[in-house]
Every structure is written in C-alpha cells, then in structure tokens.
Design a protein around this ligand. Structure first.
Ligand SMILES: CC(C)[C@H](C(=O)O)[C@@H](O)C(=O)O
Ligand code: SF4
Length: 415
C-alpha cells in the first residue's frame, strides 16, 4: 500500500510514483499575496497575457504589508487589485481578510489536494492532509497560466505523535522539538507524514502550527494523515463530508515518534530556528516586544491561551496580538478574548503578517529582544540586525508579556 504522498500523487497522475520521480500535476489551488503577487503578475505580463487557468482555484490575499505602510506597498496593491478585477478572481481577500495560509486552510484546503502558493509557508494546509508546497513567483505564474506544474516527488518520512499534551505545551513545541532533533533543513527532500495516535488530543490548530514550521525543517510538505479530527473539522467548519480512506502505512525512508507527555515549553533562541532550548534555560531574559500571531500561531486556540494568561493582568512590555484572519478575529471577539487582550494593554489588530517579518506594525529596534509566536528568528527578521528574536508558543509569549521577561508559563495556566 502507498504512503499518503504516493496516494495523493497516484490520484493525480494515475500511477504510484517513486521518490525522485519528476511528475507533472494539475494544482487544486494556487495562491499568492501582496509581496509575491506583484512578481507573479509581472511574469504573467512578460509571458504575453495575464490569464489564469481556472479563476475558482486561485486565492489571493493581502497580508504581508497590509494595510499598506508605505507608498511602494500601496502601489503594489493598486497594481494587484487592477489585475484581480480584470481577471474577475472571486477568491480575493483585500486588506483585513487575513494571512493567505490561514485563509486557504480555513476556506479552501481539502485532504488529498495539491496546493501551490508563492510563499514558503504554503505547507500549512498539510494540517488537513493536503500536499501543499511553496514555490517562487515565476513557477506560480507558470502554474497559473498553464494549469500545471512539475515537481520532484519527495521521500516519505513517518512521524508518529503519541500521548497527550501536558499543560502549557502545544503544537509549537512539537515543531520546535522536531527542529531540535533533526535541525533546520533536516527534512530536505522529504514529505513528512504525521500519524496521530489519539486524534482528539491533537486539534487542528496544533496541526497547522506543525505543518507550517515544516518549512523551517526544510520539508517539501508535512501532512497530517486525515483522521476523525480532520473529518469533524471539515464538517463543522465547511459543511464538507469527508471519510478518510483506510490506507495501510506504506514504506517510509525512516520514522520517528514524538511522545507528547515528555515535552515541555520550548523556545528557539537567536539566531536559528534549531537553536532550541527549554523555556527554563532562558528564564529571566528581558523582553522588549511580544508578538502573538502569524500563520504559525495566530489561530483561535493561540489567542485563547494568551487571553487565559493575560486575563486580569497588565502587560509589562509592549505586546502585539494579531489573529491570523478576519474570521478568527471575529470569533475571538465574540468569546471575549479581544477584550481581555486590550484590557491587558495589548495592541490588537487583524488580517496582517505584522511584525513577523519586520516590515511594519512593530519593527524591532537595535538591541531589542522580541518573543514571537511566528516561525523565523534569523538576524534582522523582525527589524534591526541587532535585535534578538525568540520563537515560542503563545503561552510562553503571553507570560513574557505579563512579566516583561521570559518565564515558564505553566504556573500562569494553573492560577
Ligand atoms: C515574503 C515571502 C516570500 C516570505 C516567504 O515566502 O516565506 C515570507 O512570507 C516570510 O515568511 O519570510
Ligand atoms: S505570517 Fe510571517 S511566516 Fe507567515 S506568511 Fe506572513 S511573513 Fe511569512
């Protein structure tokens, strides 16, 4: 029997490919955002005519520099809007709609699909078992025009997730644990297939975080094998009936088991995603800015855990909280989380990557220390090259905001 990767490609091309094969596939979805969209459209213009193979399969979101923080960003948006309008693209999310990857996961991605977008964190949709992969703007332009693209079939690697999360430990810590074990680039050329032993113990939001950070691991894709959680997520969120196929585990190059019960809150210290330490090792580090958000950890459960920690407290350092989509913002507001966060002194907004990439809305200054729930911490990522970025889960981030320094968040979850 095939692996999930082989199964998906079998359904696409009518034969089971081997790792290393070059295959041509028709994408189910193709996406781009403001930053890469400009190049995508420019390449299409150079190719002669701006046209797309199937309007319904194209998703566009303004998320990186949105709302436009400068004239250049505004010009780019004007240019993209013009094309979106003349193409008549129905799945366009202007300023405030949210981060492309969250929108794709929330509204479009389905198991067994093949998804490409002009952004490296496209693999987030692997949370529902889609083969989702980031590509450069030129490749995306070609895929949009031709309705097909090619790729080298990756080697499947099996990861089993056993047990249940201890308090204060979430999907982010699984991602950081894998980075500690395998290193950045550790999964180059692999598609990681994750089997969850107790599906309910590993909710969709946590799956999305792990799939998202497979980019930092170098993976071509990371997919959660669809299970009862996938099915109920699709039913409740989208009204889609999905019965996961019963495929026997196929042949894997290698495998690894994550024991959730043995994890503790982790951080990736400057300046590398695999410079992973337990939060206890870095306790006391003073923090200038906290960011709770991004395509990694801007989902409802992330906002919820932050609100739980910050309820009745006042932040001791500046804290920016950005639910990853309009939908999440609305839900968080109805549940009272936005109120709690604003009362605690957080700056809250919606629908932008924000300070994740140091472009606007919280650019770090020289010497500043940032704790962020996002996915990259290399030099200068959040702004000044002399700033320092710690990647952490939303509980660690919220506790850092409450104390103005890195602390173990677990006591805050008990009180
Ligand atoms: C701007 C874009 C090309 C980039 C990416 O693809 O990853 C960005 O989203 C990031 O996180 O650095
Ligand atoms: S939130 Fe950050 S990592 Fe995600 S797409 Fe935006 S810039 Fe890239």
């Amino acid at each position: 029997m095939p692996t999930w990767t082989e199964y998906i490609f079998y359904k696409k091309i009518g034969r089971v490919p081997s790792p290393g094969d070059v295959v041509e596939v028709v994408p189910d979805l193709v996406g781009f955002h403001d930053l890469t969209g400009y190049h995508v459209l420019e390449v299409l213009e150079h190719m002669g005519k701006v046209e797309v193979f199937d309007k319904g399969r194209v998703v566009v979101a303004f998320d990186h520099l949105s709302p436009a923080p400068n004239q250049r960003a505004a010009e780019i948006m004007v240019y993209i809007r013009k094309h979106v309008k003349s193409l008549g693209l129905p799945n366009f999310y202007d300023v405030g709609g949210g981060i492309l990857h969250q929108i794709i996961l929330e509204k479009y991605a389905l198991p067994e699909q093949v998804i490409f977008a002009a952004d490296s964190h496209t693999n987030t949709a692997g949370a529902v078992g889609a083969f989702a992969h980031g590509m450069g703007a030129t490749d995306i332009a070609a895929a949009l025009k031709l309705g097909k693209t090619w790729l080298v079939v990756p080697t499947p690697f099996r990861v089993d997730v056993a047990g249940e999360f201890p308090p204060g430990v979430v999907g982010k810590d699984v991602a950081l644990h894998l980075l500690a074990q395998f290193g950045a680039e550790g999964f180059n050329g692999y598609s990681v297939e994750v089997f969850v032993e107790k599906p309910k113990a590993f909710p969709m939001d946590d799956r999305a975080t792990v799939a998202n950070m497979s980019t930092e691991m170098g993976a071509d894709a990371l997919m959660f094998i669809p299970d009862s959680v996938t099915a109920s997520y699709l039913k409740t969120e989208r009204g889609v009936d999905y019965t996961p196929p019963s495929i026997e585990p196929g042949k894997y190059a290698d495998k690894y088991t994550v024991e959730l019960g043995r994890l503790e809150p982790l951080v990736a210290a400057p300046y590398s995603v695999d410079n992973v330490k337990s939060v206890r090792e870095v306790e006391g580090v003073e923090v200038d800015q906290v960011f709770i958000g991004s395509c990694t950890n801007g989902r409802l459960s992330d906002v919820e855990i932050a609100a739980k920690i910050l309820k009745g407290r006042r932040v001791k350092t500046r804290c920016i909280a950005i639910p990853a989509s309009y939908e999440i913002f609305r839900r968080a507001m109805k549940l009272g989380y936005i109120d709690v966060l604003t009362e605690a002194g957080c700056v809250v907004t919606y629908g932008t990557c924000g300070p994740c990439l140091g472009g606007h809305f919280g650019v770090a200054g020289p010497g500043e220390v940032v704790v962020t729930t996002s996915n990259r911490n290399f030099k200068g990522r959040v702004g000044h090259p002399d700033s320092k970025v710690y990647l952490a889960n939303p509980a660690v981030a919220a506790a850092a905001a409450a104390e103005g320094k890195i602390v173990d968040p677990r006591p805050y979850l008990r009180s």
